[in-house]
Structures are given as C-alpha cells and as structure tokens.
Design a protein around this ligand. Structure first.
Ligand SMILES: [Cu+2]
Length: 188
C-alpha cells in the first residue's frame, strides 16, 4: 500500500474527510483545479442509517467528484426528470447522471462543468434521506430554489416530489458556501 502522501502525489486525490479531520481550511480542498474530491457512501450494519459523507460540498466548475461505496449498495443519481421523473434540481444546462448500483469497494465519478447547485440522491435510500448537495462555484439554478418551485408549471405535473426525509438532509446553500464541506454525524 502506498502511503497517503504517495497516493496524493500519484493521483492528485483529495479526501475531503481528511481535511476535516486535520482541521485544515476546507478551501484548500476546493482550490486545486483538476483534483478529485471523494465522497463516501456509508451505512450502519443494519442499513437503517445511510448517508453520503460529506453530504454537502463546494467545488469549482471543472472539478471531478468520486463517490466510493464503503458499506451497503447505493446509487448516485441526479435530481432530473430523465431519472425516473424526479424534479429538476441541477443546473438547466448540466447533463444528468445516474451511476447505477455501486457495491462496496466500487467507485463512480462525475465532472461538474456548469456553475450552480446539484442535488442528487441514492435510488434505494432516497426515502430514508440519503441525498447530497454539491455547489459548483455559485448557489444558483433550480437546486437553489424551494423544493416545490415547479408546482403549477406546465409539463411538471408528473414530477416526483422530494421526500420529506430527503428535504431535511440537504444542507442549505448558505451553509455549504460558508463551510465548504458539510458532514453528517454518524449514528450513535
Ligand atoms: Cu444508499
């Protein structure tokens, strides 16, 4: 196993959690252009608590985020009507993504090119509140609007509402802009 330092040098990988652990300014995780930031997909043994770690992240346009499945089976799926009629909560010009199922040890990457808020969910665990929010540079776009912003607009009648547990999980755009990395406390 290479040391973490060698790993960083080789791949330019930033593990967001380590920046929190070391209490280094979170901005250092967002100031390195093309580097990859990791989000871990976690679960307790029973699968009753499931979450993205970190749940909120501020990045720069052009950055790539890598999700790594640690426990349980998850997806990383953008809030977009093309993903099972979920409501649009990524920038209008952004390309929606859906990772499909990711097992422990597997990874998925996505590069964020447009500025704005990107909300995403885990398909099997959305109702349990397993969602995450990434902001590329600015807290703009549909993801910055209230969860029911589209109500009454033609063509959105069949969009699925964001479940209440998911709504409660999203850190506010203001908090992500301020803290840059937002984490959920693991279950006690
Ligand atoms: Cu999940």
């Amino acid at each position: 196993m290479p040391s973490r330092r060698e790993f960083l040098r080789a791949g330019g990988i930033l593990a967001a959690g380590l920046f929190i652990a070391s209490r280094a300014p979170a901005s250092s995780a967002t100031q390195s252009g093309g580097s990859i930031i990791e989000i871990h997909m976690k679960s307790d043994l029973m699968g009753s608590h499931v979450w993205f770690d970190p749940v909120g992240l501020l990045i720069k346009p052009g950055q790539t985020v890598r999700w790594v499945c640690v426990e349980n089976v998850h997806t990383v799926t953008a809030y977009h009507p093309s993903n099972g009629k979920h409501s649009l909560r990524i920038p209008e010009k952004a390309v929606p993504w859906d990772s499909g199922f990711i097992k422990p040890g597997e990874k998925f990457e996505h590069t964020f090119t447009e500025e704005g808020v990107y909300d995403y969910f885990c398909l099997p665990h959305e109702g349990a509140g397993m969602v995450g929010r990434i902001i590329a540079a600015k807290p703009s776009g549909p993801g910055a609007l209230p969860f029911d912003y589209y109500k009454g607009k033609p063509g959105t009648e069949d969009w699925l509402p964001v479940p209440s547990a998911a709504q409660e999980t999203f850190p506010s755009p203001e908090r992500i802009m301020k803290e840059r990395i937002v984490r959920i406390d693991p279950p006690k």
